[in-house]
Ligand binder design. Structure first.
Ligand code: GLC
Length: 482
């Protein structure tokens, strides 16, 4: 027990803790097995036949040099917020200025109708431009990078055919369609002076933004509401693009969409709680890996355990108390687990307060022990599993040393996530013990630069630049690139 060990935990509760430990612990051998399967699945996704992991080519065809310049708009439609930025890449190497506004993404839009979504986004953009540029009628069109962080097929960089919604979104009439014309229609109707020059994924943005300031960056990851990564492949290693006859050594960023890893349930150690999350989600059978790792689901896994131990096991935690609030799906987000893991007190008094205030439940000292351990197990499993993805890309590409840029609420805010992930990476890749604890790991997962803002602007700049040089691969509307 990591804390509060002065408490005598009753035997039956201890048994449940043990059961949870067995369910949620992923040992080194399992991590290695998952990683090996992951490497194969990455390959399969690039093959002509395709695989479960989409491995979407993005038409981002170079790393930045640090000397990109110009002013761009960036729109970030993530899982939780909508953000509009104006980024100026300055003459100074690797530097930029940014102004930005955040808008709440109304919950009802996520499961509403498509028109409302595009209208809301267009309104936010209009407001932003009016505030910072004045009368829109007098403006030339401003280039925009649109960070649309869902799996999308891109035959062109200015196209994005939504493969399926993830992260709890469920809006009819968008899956299977190119979102760009829908977005542009809403802009036109309001006279918003924008030309879309790139549709990007947050992971690709993160990769490119991080590489702008650090040339060792090889992989971009998001550990937030969702979980995913992007890296740079050579066109010659992407059999599904062979028909395009691109030069084999030309780089192409791949948005892996690794949240879909192991949708077949071959290797991931899923628990009954994971199965339940999947069954009750808007897209059962999808995003098996993501559903065990991402911020959207961590609190829900925890909630399901608590309800189960109240209802279905003879331990009957929170006996005699009204657990009505706890019964509401998705009522706890990952910040709730963060707070539990951050509780510095041996008697877990902060955790107790949290339960009292948010759920109207007063756990006894042994129950507090169980709560803390459950949070640790869920958080640790998430960090360790996510390391398998990083290890798999590194293995596939033969990267022995590199930097990985990571962003997202779980990476930035969840206690010990970085440390636990790094430890798992060391186990998977068999690194020897560090001589000095301050030494860097061969592969370091570091806090990224702002991918969906600066990254989107950089990709817009890189694309304009390559079109100017005559590289027209993956460009649907050349007229937008002048
Ligand atoms: C989900 C999305 C993916 C995104 C990730 C992180 O996995 O499908 O596109 O990169 O969340 O936001």
């Amino acid at each position: 027990m990591s804390s509060g060990s002065f408490v005598e935990v009753p035997k039956d509760l201890l048994k449940e803790i043990k059961r949870l430990e067995e369910l949620f612990t992923v040992d080194t051998a399992k991590l290695k097995q998952i990683t090996d399967h992951f490497v194969n699945e990455l390959e399969k996704g690039l093959s002509k036949e395709g695989g479960t992991i989409p491995m979407n080519p993005t038409w981002v065809m170079s790393f930045p040099t640090g000397y990109e310049t110009g002013t761009y708009l960036a729109l970030d439609m993530g899982g939780t917020n909508l953000r509009v930025c104006q980024i100026t890449l300055t003459e100074q190497k690797s530097e930029f200025d940014i102004i930005q506004s955040k808008y709440r993404m109304p919950e009802e839009l996520k499961t509403g109708v498509a028109e409302d979504l595009w209208e809301y986004i267009a309104e936010c953009l209009l407001q932003f431009i009016q505030t910072h540029h004045g009368d829109v009628a007098k403006l030339d069109k401003i280039p925009l990078g649109f960070t649309f962080s869902y799996p999308a097929t891109q035959n062109y960089i200015d196209e994005g055919i939504l493969q399926r919604w993830t992260k709890g979104f469920d809006i009819d009439g968008v899956e299977g369609r190119n979102v760009v014309p829908m977005f542009e229609k809403a802009l036109q109707e309001r006279g918003v002076p924008i030309k879309l020059t790139a549709l990007i994924n947050d992971t690709t943005g993160t990769l490119i933004a991080s590489a702008y300031t650090d040339t060792k960056m090889k992989i971009g990851c998001i550990f937030g509401t969702g979980c995913n990564a992007a890296y740079m492949e050579d066109c010659g290693s992407i059999p599904k693009l062979a028909h395009l006859n691109l030069p084999p050594d030309t780089p192409m960023a791949i948005n892996c969409e690794w949240g879909a890893f192991d949708n077949e349930h071959k290797v991931l150690p899923r628990t009954p709680y994971d199965e339940s999350i999947d069954t009750d989600s808007p897209r059962p059978g999808q995003q098996a890996f993501e559903k065990m790792i991402a911020g959207l689901y961590l609190g829900e896994i925890f909630r399901l355990i608590m309800v189960d131990l109240h209802d279905n096991h003879n331990v009957n935690i929170f006996a005699g108390q009204d657990i009505g609030k706890l019964r509401r799906p998705y009522t706890l987000d990952s910040s709730f687990l963060s707070a539990i893991e951050d509780d510095p007190f041996e008697n877990l008094s902060e955790t107790r307060e949290l339960f009292q205030n948010q759920l109207g439940i007063d756990p006894n000292p042994s129950e507090l022990e169980l709560i803390r351990r459950a949070a640790e197990l869920i958080g640790t499993r998430a960090a360790r599993l996510s390391a398998c993805g990083v290890a798999a890309i590194s293995k596939k590409k033969g990267y022995k040393e590199c930097h990985v840029g990571a962003d997202g609420s779980v990476f930035n805010k969840y206690p010990h996530f970085k440390k636990r992930g790094a430890a798992a990476l060391r186990e998977i890749l068999d690194w020897p013990a560090k001589a000095d604890p301050n030494d860097d790991d061969p592969i370091e997962i570091l806090a990224a630069e702002d991918g969906s803002g600066v990254g989107a602007a950089l990709i817009a700049a890189l694309t304009l630049e390559r079109v100017k040089k005559g590289n027209m691969h993956g460009i649907l509307h050349p007229e937008n690139f002048h």
